[in-house]
Write a protein that binds this ligand. Structure first.
Ligand code: NAP
Length: 298
């Protein structure tokens, strides 16, 4: 078991994930762009580094949990980045959701430094991160996967080695298609049902038990019903993810017509200033079209 773990990116997801790693008894060194967030966890026993490079120096495994491809590129390959400090034989595990193409390029760079890299994006949201129940989709070599498995088991419950480098990100893109399109479909169902006179909570109750039931209905129920859209998973991150899916569709010749529509809906929410709201706010776009807020007059 690797004993010194570096963790970079302590946001909504990264912070609870790093916490779980520390609680499992690993020696943890952390870095976050806004230092205060790193200091919050240092009070509990982690060491705070001044740069990604410093995190990598002396670490057996370095984990990154950052928003998007350019962020991971800068933190890993940029000045004072992870690859400047990475130890020979160390393992870099990127758990952010980014482009599979960027992932494969960075994995090659890591190899050039005598290290290796896994892509290991996650699903399960902030609650899954806190509870250590994430679904982790991994791309990379079998040996590296087995080496990282004990760490994955601390952060997640469903851990799947999908295939070679980039395969984890491809699986995550597929995951994001299903989640976005399901939120959109549930939103349409709720607005139609409610405007036609049915109580939204009864619609969810009735649909949950049958083929239409889904985890989205369970996990987003309160947000839909109360119209409180604090994240959770931000609209701008899901927009980024559908961009990754659509680019992959283009590359492999797979038309994704409904994904393209929901991508445009997320883009529209960003323009309306809702980029930092939870993705379940897709509901408000359907409500706008219908000129009906669910639950009103029911
Ligand atoms: P977040 O709350 O925005 O956290 C991102 C962290 O990265 C912040 O601590 C931020 O630092 C740091 N950061 C951003 N850009 C940076 C840069 N260029 N250099 C250095 N540090 C940088 O995001 P999140 O919700 O945790 O999501 C992280 C990743 O997980 C994303 O790829 C997302 O798609 C994926 N994901 C999220 C969820 C979810 O439910 N939230 C679920 C599954 C997967 P500052 O503190 O300075 O801003």
């Amino acid at each position: 078991m690797a004993d010194r773990i570096g963790f970079i990116g302590l946001g909504i997801m990264g912070k609870p994930m790093a916490w779980n790693v520390m609680e499992a008894g690993y020696d943890l060194v952390v870095y976050n762009r806004t230092r205060e967030k790193a200091e919050e966890i240092s009070g509990d026993g982690a060491t705070v580094a001044d740069s990604p490079r410093e995190v990598a120096e002396g670490s057996d495994v370095v984990i990154t949990m950052l928003p998007d491809s350019p962020d991971v590129w800068e933190v890993v390959s940029g000045e004072n980045g992870v690859l400047e400090g990475i130890e020979e034989g160390a393992l870099l595990v990127d758990m952010s959701t980014i482009s599979p193409v960027v992932t494969r390029e960075l994995a090659e760079e890591a190899e050039g430094r005598g290290a290796s890299m896994l892509d290991a994006p996650v699903s399960g949201g902030d609650v899954g991160a806190q509870e250590g129940t994430l679904s982790i989709m991994v791309g990379g070599g079998e040996e590296d996967f087995e080496r990282a498995r004990p760490l994955f088991e601390v952060m997640g419950q469903t851990i799947t080695h999908v295939g070679p480098s980039g395969a984890g990100q491809t699986a995550k893109a597929a995951n994001q298609i299903v989640v976005a399109l399901t939120i959109e479909a549930v939103s349409e169902a709720l607005v139609l049902g409610s405007k036609a006179g049915a109580a939204p909570e009864k619609i969810l109750e009735a649909l949950s038990g049958g083929l239409a039931g889904s985890k989205v209905m369970e996990a987003k129920r309160e947000k839909f019903l109360s119209h409180t859209f604090d994240p959770g998973f931000r609209v701008e991150l899901h927009h980024k993810d559908l961009g990754i899916a659509l680019a992959a569709g283009r590359e492999y010749g797979v038309p994704l017509p409904v994904t393209a529509i929901v991508d445009q809906m997320l883009g529209s929410l960003k323009v309306k200033g809702k980029g930092d709201k939870d993705h379940s706010t897709i509901l408000t776009l359907i409500e706008e079209g219908a000129q009906h807020r669910i639950g009103e007059g029911v």
